[in-house]
Design a protein around this ligand. Structure first.
Ligand code: BES
Ligand code: ZN
Ligand code: ZN
Length: 521
C-alpha cells in the first residue's frame, strides 16, 4: 500500500473514497461538516437528519455521490461515528481508520483519503495512528488458504489534515507505517503453525530483522545454554527433537556513549538498561502433563510474548529512540517424549535456584526464569517480560485487559499509562509476598505451580524469584494475544497486543528524559 499525505482541500483529493469521522450528536451545519455538506450538495445533512448516523463509536454510513452531485473529486464517502469529541484521542483515531479500511476494502475501494479531524493539535501523532490503524486492520490470518481468499486490497492511502505541515504529516505517516508493519510482523509470527515457526526458524527471523534494520544479534544454542547453567530452560526443551534457541537482540543508539553512570535511560528517570523478555514456546502440548486435545492447536501462539519482543525491536531499530534496549527470547517446544522432563523432577536454574517441576505444562515460567537471569547478566537493570503464561488470566480478565504484575510500581504505572494512550488496556493484579508460600517445595527451593488459587499471581510470584532486586514488570497476555472473533477494525486471530504499548513506553521515557521537550526537539 502506497501511503501519501495531503494538507490541501478535501474536495481536490484524487481518491475513490473519502473517510470522515463524525462525533456524537454532531450537526451538519457546524464547522468542518458544514464545509463538507456544501461540497456534497447537502448529503451530510440528509444522512444526519435521517438518524441513520448519530456519531456513536463504530457506526458507519457509506454513500455514493452521483455524477454531478457536489464538487468533490471523490465520488464515495464513508462516514464513521467516533463518539464524544472530548474522548477522541489516538486510540479512537486508530480504530476509526481501521474500521474504515476494512469497510472500504470489502467494497473493493482501491484509493482512500482519510481525513484526520481535531488533529490540528498533534497532526503528526494522528497521522501515525491512522496509518497504524489501517495497516493493522488489513492484516488477515488466512496465509495458507488457497481458495476463496480475500484478494481485494487498498492500493493507496492519503492521510489528509487541512492546515498541517506536510513534513509533519509525512513524519507521522512514516512512524505509523513502521509501527503498523511491526505489529503485523508479530501477528504473522504468532499465527504460524508450530511446524513453520520452530525455535530455529524464530531465530532466523530475528537474524533477518537484525541484518535488515541494524541490530546486534546473538543466538545461544543448547551447548551455550548448558555452559550458562540454564537447567530450567533446558528441562523444557528436553522432550523435543527441535533444538531450543535463546535469541538476543540489542539496539544501541548511534554514537551512544552512555549517561553519567554509563547506562541509558530507563522508565522512572533513572539510568540503566531496559530489557524486554518474551516467552517463545513455539508449541505447547503441555509435555508429559499433556493438555486435552480440545483447542490444543491454538498453542502455536504460545510464542507470542517472544514475537512481541521481536516486533518491538524491529520497530525500535527503525524509530531509533535515544536509549539502548535489549530483547531476549527463550524459544523452545514443549513436547512429551522418552527424554522429556517428568513431574517430580528437580532442575537447577541459571541463578542457582532449584525448582521442583510439579507440572510440565507450567513451562513458560521455567524458560523465563533463565531468560531473565541471562538478561541480567547482559546488564539489564529493568525488565518487562511478556508471556502467554496462564489460562487463569483469561478467567480473571477475559480478552479485554492484559494482566500486569511486578516489583516496581512506577514502571507498572507507566506501562499501564502507555497502554491506555494507544488503546491497549492493562489491569494490575496484586503480588503480595504471601502468595510466594504457594510455590514452596518440600524438596527444592521452589516448585513450578502453586495450586488452583490465584494462578496468574503464583506464576508471577515464581518469576519474581528470578527478577528480585531489579525493576520488573510482567505482562500476562494469554487472554489478549488472540482474538476469537473479528472486530470492525481487526480480523480474528493474533492481535499483536503490547507491541504498541511498549513502543509508546519507550517514546514516553525518551520524552521524559529529554525534559519533556519531545523526542525530536
Ligand atoms: N501456555 C499456557 C497458558 C495458556 C493457556 C496460554 C491458554 C494461552 C491460552 C501455559 O504454559 C500453561 O499451560 N499454563 C498452565 C499452568 C498450570 C499448569 C499451573 C495453565 O494455565 O493451565
Ligand atoms: Zn503450558
Ligand atoms: Zn505455555
Amino acid at each position: 500500500m502506497d501511503i501519501q499525505v495531503s494538507t490541501g482541500r478535501v474536495g481536490d483529493a484524487d481518491v475513490q473514497a473519502l473517510v470522515v469521522a463524525v462525533f456524537k450528536d454532531e450537526q451538519a451545519h457546524e464547522g468542518f461538516l458544514q464545509e463538507l455538506d456544501a461540497a456534497t450538495g447537502g448529503l451530510i445533512k440528509s444522512v444526519i437528519e435521517s438518524e441513520e448516523l448519530k456519531g456513536k463509536e463504530g457506526e458507519t454510513v457509506y454513500v455514493h455521490l452521483g455524477e454531478g452531485r457536489g464538487d468533490l473529486k471523490a465520488k464515495r464517502l464513508l462516514l464513521v461515528g467516533v463518539g464524544e469529541r472530548d474522548g477522541y484521542g489516538a486510540a479512537q483515531v486508530s480504530q476509526m481508520a481501521g474500521t474504515a479500511a476494512r469497510a472500504l476494502r470489502a467494497r473493493s475501494v482501491k484509493t482512500v483519503g482519510l481525513i484526520t479531524r481535531g488533529a490540528e493539535a498533534d497532526a503528526e501523532r494522528s497521522a501515525a495512528v491512522a496509518v497504524e490503524g489501517v495497516l493493522m486492520a488489513l492484516f488477515e490470518p488466512d496465509k495458507y488458504r488457497t481458495s476463496e481468499k480475500e484478494e481485494r486490497t487498498i492500493e493507496r492511502l492519503v492521510i489528509m489534515t487541512q492546515g498541517a505541515s506536510e513534513d509533519v504529516l509525512r513524519r507521522g505517516a512514516e512512524r505509523g507505517r513502521i509501527i503498523g508493519e511491526s505489529v503485523n510482523f508479530t501477528r504473522d509470527l504468532a499465527n504460524e503453525p508450530g511446524a513453520y515457526m520452530t525455535p530455529t526458524i524464530m531465530a532466523e527471523r530475528a537474524r533477518a530483522i537484525a541484518s535488515e534494520f541494524g541490530l546486534e544479534v546473538d543466538v545461544l544454542d543448547q551447548a551455550r545454554m548448558e555452559g550458562e547453567g540454564m537447567g530450567s530452560l533446558l528441562s523444557v526443551a528436553r522432550g523435543s527433537e527441535e533444538p531450543p534457541a535463546l535469541i538476543v537482540l540489542k539496539y544501541t543508539p548511534e554514537g551512544f556513549t552512555g549517561g553519567a553512570d554509563g547506562g541509558g535511560k530507563v522508565v522512572g528517570g533513572g539510568e540503566g538498561l531496559l530489557a524486554f523478555v518474551g516467552k517463545g514456546v513455539t508449541f505447547d502440548s503441555g509435555g508429559i502433563s499433556i493438555k486435552p486435545g480440545e483447542n490444543m492447536e491454538l498453542m502455536k501462539y504460545d510464542m507470542t510474548g517472544g514475537a512481541t519482543v521481536l516486533g518491538v525491536m524491529r520497530a525500535v531499530a527503525q524509530l531509533k529512540p535515544p536509549m539502548p534496549l535489549l530483547g531476549v527470547v527463550p524459544a523452545t517446544e514443549n513436547l512429551p517424549s522418552g527424554k522429556a522432563t517428568k513431574p517430580g523432577d528437580v532442575v537447577r536454574a541459571m541463578s542457582g535456584k532449584t525448582i521442583e517441576v510439579i507440572n510440565t505444562d507450567a513451562e513458560g515460567r521455567l524458560i523465563l526464569a533463565d531468560a531473565i537471569a541471562y538478561a541480567r547478566k547482559l546488564g539489564a537493570t529493568q525488565i518487562v517480560d511478556l508471556a502467554t503464561l496462564t489460562g487463569a488470566v483469561s478467567i480473571a480478565l477475559g480478552d479485554v485487559n492484559t494482566g500486569i504484575l511486578g516489583t516496581d510500581q512506577e514502571l507498572i504505572d507507566e506501562v499501564i499509562a502507555a497502554g491506555r494512550e494507544v488503546g491497549e488496556k492493562l489491569w494490575q493484579l496484586p503480588l503480595d509476598k504471601e502468595y510466594t508460600r504457594q510455590i514452596k517445595s518440600d524438596i527444592a527451593d521452589i516448585k513450578n505451580v502453586g495450586g488452583r488459587k490465584a494462578g496468574t499471581i503464583t506464576a508471577a510470584a515464581f518469576l519474581k524469584e528470578f527478577a528480585d532486586g531489579i525493576s520488573w514488570a510482567h505482562l500476562d497476555i494469554a487472554g489478549t494475544a488472540w482474538g476469537d472473533d473479528a472486530k470492525p477494525y481487526r480480523s480474528k486471530g493474533p492481535t499483536g497486543v503490547a507491541v504498541r504499548t511498549l513502543l509508546n513506553l519507550i517514546e514516553r521515557t525518551a520524552r521524559a528524559s529529554s525534559g519533556g521537550k519531545g523526542e525530536k526537539s
